[in-house]
Design a protein around this ligand. Structure first.
Ligand SMILES: C[S@@+](CC[C@H](N)C(=O)[O-])C[C@H]1O[C@@H](n2cnc3c(N)ncnc32)[C@H](O)[C@@H]1O
Length: 274
């Protein structure tokens, strides 16, 4: 049956959420129900199963849970997406790090790594990459494997170069990427600065103290209560005066964390911990 005509009964949706939480410690209760249910419908229609057999498979088939999670996440991303944000980062925040011995950066919900490599390249071009460690985390293991590989379809290259040029005014990328017939790959010296790890923002803890956390286009899938909890996690994970960057459509205005940050750049959603 077409996805358009499928729907999930409230009761079976609740059973699914309950099983995911109780059996696997994946808590989706505070994900925005509309978009989450749409993703489940897309999954069951593609797999040609119903919610009951989805639950059975989750409980009985080895590896099915990770497959389901990987299929469920929305992974849309882009190199230098919202280039004006990278422009502000480069011109207003990078100069502050010049005197720092080390810089720790966390990119949470990094998808397939386009944000990670955009930032790493910018740091490299500004002679800051050597002192940086970039932690790239996500709940989707397939995404993380792609970040580790650092290899992208060549079809993305011209948009990469355009966006990059907007931010830096240069179009030279041969210094740090290798271009092959169908792909382009970031050089090992860039990849060496990236630590890739699975981390679930819903229930995993903080794992370091950072100078910058970038979490863009992830909160849009979370209910406000969950956004608030993750903002607290970020606050605990930032050094004082360190920065938090959210996506264009996200903000902290509704949150009890608002007094804990200064709004450094309202349009680019750049905040600084007090
Ligand atoms: C739309 S992508 C955004 C990618 C990137 N941040 C960007 O702005 O281009 C959302 C990402 O958030 C990840 N994600 C969703 N829920 C998550 C959670 N609870 N913990 C960690 N990552 C999560 C998804 O797997 C996906 O890769």
């Amino acid at each position: 049956m077409s996805e358009k005509f499928l729907h999930i009964e409230k009761e079976e949706y609740n059973v699914l959420l309950h099983v995911l939480k109780q059996e696997f410690d994946y808590d989706f209760y505070e994900f925005s129900p509309n978009s989450f249910q749409r993703r489940i419908l897309r999954f069951i229609s593609k797999e040609k199963i119903n919610v009951k057999s989805l639950i059975n498979k989750l409980l009985s088939e080895n590896g099915y849970l990770q497959y389901f999670i990987n299929e469920l996440t929305v992974n849309v991303t882009e190199f230098f997406r919202d280039p004006s944000m990278y422009f502000v980062l480069k011109n207003e925040i990078f100069p502050k790090w010049e005197s720092f011995p080390t810089v720790h950066i966390w990119i949470a919900g990094c998808s397939t790594g386009e944000v990670v490599y955009s930032l790493a390249v910018l740091l490299y071009e500004n002679n800051l990459l050597d002192k940086c460690v970039i932690y790239a985390t996500d709940i989707n293991q397939n995404n993380l494997n792609k970040v580790k590989e650092g290899k992208y379809p060549k079809a993305l290259l011209s948009s990469y170069l355009n966006q990059h040029q907007y931010v830096t005014n240069t179009s030279n990328a041969h210094d740090y990427i290798q271009i092959d017939e169908n792909t382009f790959t970031f050089n090992q010296n860039i990849k060496n600065k990236i630590i890739v790890a699975k981390h679930n923002l819903v229930n995993d803890e903080s794992f370091n103290e950072f100078n910058l956390i970038i979490c863009r286009n992830v909160f849009i899938y979370f209910e406000q209560k969950l956004q608030n909890r993750v903002l607290k996690l970020f606050h605990n994970s930032l050094k004082s005066n360190a920065y938090l960057i959210l996506g264009k459509k996200e903000n902290i205005d509704f949150s009890d964390c608002l007094p804990l940050y200064k709004t450094l750049h309202k349009k680019e959603k750049i905040y600084q911990k007090n």
